[in-house]
Write a protein that binds this ligand. Structure first.
Ligand code: FAD
Length: 305
């Protein structure tokens, strides 16, 4: 048996890779591991409020520099054992030796968790700083994909970037390495957030043109405050689209109107993406349920789901 895992494993969960190909469109929600008791209460409130929407799966991120290793594993395990939801754990390579990565993978497997999003992670402190490989670690997400796949019966997803990864010299190189990590064993991908459907569609077209049919789920985060727009470049890798910025600028002094417009804009974008046949939509919730529920409701009213 791989990894020296316990001899009796919990029943295996469905594979997200298979779910996406079979059932689509999937709907999924992303949470981050809390750092405080208040944060923990907020996370579990959001999970309980979103659970009745019957998402296809939920994902739990991995803190910068491996800082939330234990919390990510604990929250993922709790979702697996105490809710009806299908969890996926994010895993990053920063500051971890292969032995440590194997240990985390083994703990996830022991909790019955079968789905992992394998991302390289950013250097802690300065995300744009030099990426230093752990002396006994791995260098790229591609290597992490192989490590997880070789460790057991996991379904592995990867990250994808509509505006290219900031470290990639150009779109072509970015696409080539993305396809390479799919060929290393990734069964699906989730994008960095973006605010124009066309930006996702261009990514999908260039990956398809490179001969890769790995399903790519759009990552969607509704704008609920002007600060998201100001931080757009940092969050998405591109300036906030001019066309939309003008709409938000007109209501910038009214926080409730900004929020309402953000929900409308995210719903319009999701509806267009669904019309374009996306394999699913992955909502970044920031551990709050309201905006996601409102977008969901508008999509249902539009009979898209
Ligand atoms: P990689 O695929 O390794 O790519 C990194 C850079 O190296 C790119 O420029 C790529 O083109 C290049 N590259 C890749 N392979 C090769 C190769 N073989 N040779 C040469 N160059 C290569 N971060 C966290 O810390 N925790 C999280 O939970 C988390 N979740 C995320 C979820 C999603 C959906 C997304 C989109 C991002 C997430 N991130 C998370 C951020 C992510 O860790 C960073 O964006 C990171 O800088 C890139 O990760 P990657 O997996 O795309 O890396």
């Amino acid at each position: 048996m791989a990894l020296g895992l316990p001899s009796v494993l919990p029943p295996s969960q469905p594979s997200i890779g298979e779910l996406i190909r079979a059932a689509g469109p999937t709907f999924s929600f992303e949470f981050f591991p809390p750092k405080t008791a208040d944060g923990e209460r907020q996370l579990w409130r959001a999970i309980r409020e979103l659970e009745p929407l019957l998402p296809s799966f939920v994902s739990i991120t991995y803190g910068a520099g491996g800082t939330t290793r234990d919390t990510t594993v604990a929250v993922t395990e709790r979702v697996a054992t105490e809710t009806t939801l299908l969890p996926m754990a994010h895993l990053t390579a920063v500051n971890h030796s292969v032995a440590e990565l194997r240990n985390v993978i083994g703990r996830l497997a022991a909790a019955g968790v079968r789905n992992v999003l394998a991302v390289r992670g950013d250097p802690p402190g300065d995300p744009n700083g030099e990426w230093v490989r752990h002396p006994d670690g791995v260098l790229y997400a591609e290597d992490l994909v192989r490590l997880v796949r070789d460790s057991g019966d996991f379904s592995v997803g990867v990250a994808s970037f509509p505006y290219k990864h900031p470290r990639s010299p150009d779109i072509e190189t970015d696409t080539r390495y993305f396809v390479q990590k799919c060929r290393a064993g990734a069964e699906f991908a989730i994008t960095q957030m973006f605010f124009e459907a066309d930006d996702y569609l261009r990514l999908r077209d260039r990956v398809a043109a490179a001969g890769c049919d790995t399903p790519i789920l759009p990552g969607v985060m509704p704008v609920t405050q002007m600060r998201t727009i100001e931080r757009s470049e940092q969050l998405s890798g591109a300036p906030f689209p001019r066309r939309l910025a003008d709409r938000f600028a007109r209501v910038a002094d009214d926080p409730e109107a900004v929020r309402k417009l953000g929900i409308e804009q995210a719903s319009e974008m999701c509806r267009r993406l669904l019309d374009e046949g996306v394999p699913g939509i992955h909502f970044i919730t920031l551990n709050r349920s309201t905006a996601t529920r409102e977008v969901w409701q508008l999509l249902r009213v539009g009979a898209a789901v």
